[in-house]
Ligand binder design. Structure first.
Ligand SMILES: C[S@@+](CC[C@H](N)C(=O)[O-])C[C@H]1O[C@@H](n2cnc3c(N)ncnc32)[C@H](O)[C@@H]1O
Length: 332
């Protein structure tokens, strides 16, 4: 998570600071080696990684994120979290190669407790500088923008915003799922599906603590453990930029399968057009950007509309969500 945070901090600085130089071409930044993290990450010394980590935490705190309060809360509840993981984990799941590599600054990617305990603080940091307000309100704006876009789309397409069943795909510790619940409290069923058993345990812990009618499932969005036509809405936020492109295509097909006819798919993520424009950077920023997200280059090139269309989604639309992210919408 720390490097997700790093990514956003850097990218935020791209949109808020003037471009320093333009000698680096976008093509220089493309790295086609999809299964491995950039070598530079592996070469970094532990001392450097620790330094970078402390810098990013300090920076989060400076923007108003109560980093230690948020992470201590989950550290203090380790015993119960471990028990929840024990009963909720699908021990037969096989983790794809892209998921087991060092990622977001953690040697075991999302498959560890440290990352799970830091998700909430790091997620809050993502949008903490998007708007001129505190990180909590900033996150509210970013998240509720997504559901407003979905509502507008639903209204113009089907003349209603009522939705019966929602799947939050790649739900992490359930932050995005909880926002969906707040936006659609009348919805009959809300599920989150997440591949990290650690993140899923935190999500289950939180819904129990807050008594929320949300169901979290440990699973892979490449093979969603639900029948055809199960959901009237699927929301997938901040997932695709972390996944190899051929897997995104596979996942789109899976979304199509589990979405009911007339249902809506909303994909929220970094806007490649926006980022491409801002990727003319100095060497250091380019390196810092590359080192954080192993699949980002292919993601920029990914033809979301073309692939949504090929999968069968129709009435496609793309809208700006906030300074950095967009939402792609489609229906079945
Ligand atoms: C950056 S987080 C976004 C979480 C959340 N949707 C949000 O908006 O805050 C991406 C999540 O997708 C999960 N993920 C990645 N690949 C996945 C897969 N194949 N199946 C299920 N979850 C996956 C990651 O573990 C991570 O928790």
């Amino acid at each position: 998570m720390i490097v997700l945070f790093l990514l956003f901090i850097y990218v935020q600085s791209f949109v808020t600071k003037p471009i320093v130089r333009n000698s680096i071409q976008l093509s220089d930044a493309f790295n086609t080696n999809e299964q491995k993290p950039p070598n530079t990450w592996k070469l970094l010394s532990q001392a450097f990684k620790d330094k970078a980590r402390n810098w990013f935490i300090k920076r989060a705190i400076k923007t108003g994120v109560p980093w230690h309060d948020l992470t201590d809360y989950y550290e203090d509840n380790q015993r119960i979290l471990k028990m929840i993981k024990e009963v909720s984990e699908n021990k037969y799941l096989e983790y794809p190669l892209y998921y087991k590599q060092p990622f977001h600054g953690y040697e075991e990617g999302n498959l560890n407790w440290k990352a799970a305990c830091e998700v909430e603080a790091a997620t809050l940091s993502i949008s903490s500088t998007y708007y001129d307000t505190n990180p909590f309100l900033s996150q509210d704006y970013m998240r509720f923008n997504v559901t407003q876009h979905i509502d507008h789309y639903s209204q113009e397409t089907y003349n209603t915003h009522y939705t019966q069943s929602i799947l939050d795909a790649g739900s992490s510790t359930g932050i995005s799922t909880e926002y969906l619940y707040k936006s659609y409290p009348q919805c009959k069923s809300i599920h989150g599906i997440e591949l990290s058993p650690y993140f899923n345990a935190v999500a289950q812990f939180n819904v129990k603590q807050k008594k929320l009618p949300i169901h979290h499932v440990h699973g892979n969005i490449e093979n969603i453990p639900f029948e055809n036509d199960s959901f009237s809405m699927i929301v997938c936020s901040f997932v695709f930029h972390e996944i190899p492109s051929e897997v995104i295509t596979k996942i789109l097909k899976e979304y199509y399968r589990v979405l009911a006819p007339g249902g809506i798919l909303a994909i929220m993520d970094l806007d490649p057009d926006n980022l491409k424009k801002n990727l003319i950077l100095n060497q250091f920023r380019k390196w810092a950007f590359e080192v954080t997200e192993p699949h980002i280059y292919k993601y920029y090139q990914y033809d979301m509309f073309g692939n949504m269309n090929k999968t069968g989604f129709k009435l496609l639309k793309k809208v700006k969500n906030d300074p950095l992210n967009c939402v792609w919408l489609g229906t079945k």
